[in-house]
Design a binder for this molecule. Structure first.
Ligand SMILES: *Cc1c(COP(=O)(O)O)cnc(C)c1O
Length: 393
């Protein structure tokens, strides 16, 4: 039994590549090459060098002493917030830009909702001197002005998606249309463990550096490479996939995936995909997604832009369905409280996405000698306005 992907591109019953025929050549080229390229020693060398000198890896595994005392268990924070650009997303975009170069692509496209993936993509395009086009819903462009400015400063062209609800899914449609029209010179950088095979697996492998580091860092600190629990928030699921990756098949290590309950799982304003989702196809893969009885995708809601996604990657759909991971949904209010608590107790301002993962300590009791590693996926600078409004600071 493995919880990882099989040779057909499925995690259990989830995954695959449900794509228009016109997209087949692009996806197939990537599928045939990604594993070959990733094992090349020169690729590994270049990837690892950039992770070290540009991203600033390894990210620290920090023992949160005061938080551990409060909850009477051993809490370690995996500090992805300290990466260049402030989150885990850069691990993936560095990997994919190197992949694109190996495949002879000189033009990069991406879609973005909150703008975080757009910024991470624009960053690596600047680094490599490649053209960068980011599709973004018109509504999101208005809501996320600082990230739009960042992308422009980094040299990217931000193209508004004007159709439909003018948000993430419409931006995705535009990016796919672009890719169909530019199959030869263009690589599409997807930002999470979503999309048609091989994207979920490729992104998980690039993010797997997180659990690789956790293993040796924990060995130094606790004399074991295995935590009792790994906890991560889940939007599409990439920081969780990275934090879980090397522990997937080791059931001694318990996995906890934290979703956004928004104003409450059954409030109609939520992004708790695993609980509320039904099987369906989104962004080219079969997974769990929030939909109406006749299969229309439902608009999700979360106070945190990065968790505001109607689907979840196929790996996580399988972890949910198989029971390998425990899924917990955390409301906006509980996440915000846990975020502020981390500020006051450890001097770390977390991204609101990461605050969802931190909130589980109020919901679940751990043993005093449990080692609990929490993925601190990003820093909270981008969320200051939301924190200020919420707490009337
Ligand atoms: C984008 C983002 C997430 C959610 O994306 P995943 O693919 O689920 O990891 C979580 N945390 C931060 C800080 C993000 O920027």
């Amino acid at each position: 039994m493995t919880y990882n992907i099989n040779e057909k591109g499925y995690y259990g019953e989830f995954g695959g590549a449900y794509i228009p025929e016109m997209l087949y050549p692009n996806v197939e080229e990537l599928r045939q090459n990604y594993l070959k390229v990733m094992v090349e020693p020169e690729f590994q060398e270049e990837f690892n060098a950039l992770l070290k000198d540009y991203v600033g890896r390894p990210s620290p595994l920090y023992f949160a002493k005061r938080l551990s005392e409060k909850y009477n268990t051993k809490i370690y924070l995996k500090r992805e917030d300290l990466n260049h650009t402030g989150a885990h997303k850069i691990n993936n975009t560095i990997g994919q830009i190197l992949m694109a170069k190996r495949l002879g692509k000189n033009r990069i496209i991406a879609e973005t909702g909150a703008g975080q993936h757009g910024v991470a993509t624009a960053t690596v395009c600047a680094l490599m001197g490649l053209e960068c086009i980011v599709y973004m819903g018109e509504i999101d462009i208005a809501r996320q002005a600082p990230n739009v400015a960042r992308m422009k400063m980094l040299g990217a062209t931000v193209v508004p998606a004007l159709s439909g609800s003018r948000t993430l899914k419409d931006a995705t449609n535009e990016a796919i249309r672009d890719w169909i029209n530019n199959p030869v010179n263009t690589h599409y950088i997807i930002g999470s463990v979503v999309g048609p095979h091989p994207y979920p697996d490729m992104v998980a492998r690039f993010q797997a550096i997180v659990s690789e580091e956790i293993q040796w860092q924990l060995k130094e600190k606790e004399d074991t490479s295995k935590p009792d629990y790994v906890v991560a928030c889940v939007g599409g699921g990439s920081n969780a996939a990275g934090a879980f990756y090397h522990f997937l098949d080791d059931t001694d290590v318990k996995l906890i995936a934290v979703e956004a309950a928004g104003r409450g799982v059954h409030s109609g304003e939520s992004a708790a995909t695993s609980v509320l989702g039904k099987e369906g196809i989104i962004h080219g893969s079969k997974t769990l997604l929030m939909q109406t009885p006749d299969g229309q995708i439902t608009e999700p809601y979360s106070i945190s832009a990065g968790l505001d996604y109607p689907g979840v990657g196929p790996m996580h759909a399988h972890l949910y369905k198989s029971g390998r991971a425990e899924f917990i949904a955390i409301t906006d209010d509980d996440a915000m409280t846990a975020g502020l608590d981390l500020c006051k107790m450890e001097g770390i301002i977390p991204a609101i996405e990461s605050s969802h993962a931190l909130a589980i300590f109020e919901h679940k009791k751990f043993q005093p000698d449990d080692v609990v590693v929490v993925s601190l996926s990003g820093r909270g600078d981008k969320d200051l306005d939301t924190y200020i409004k919420h707490f009337k600071l």
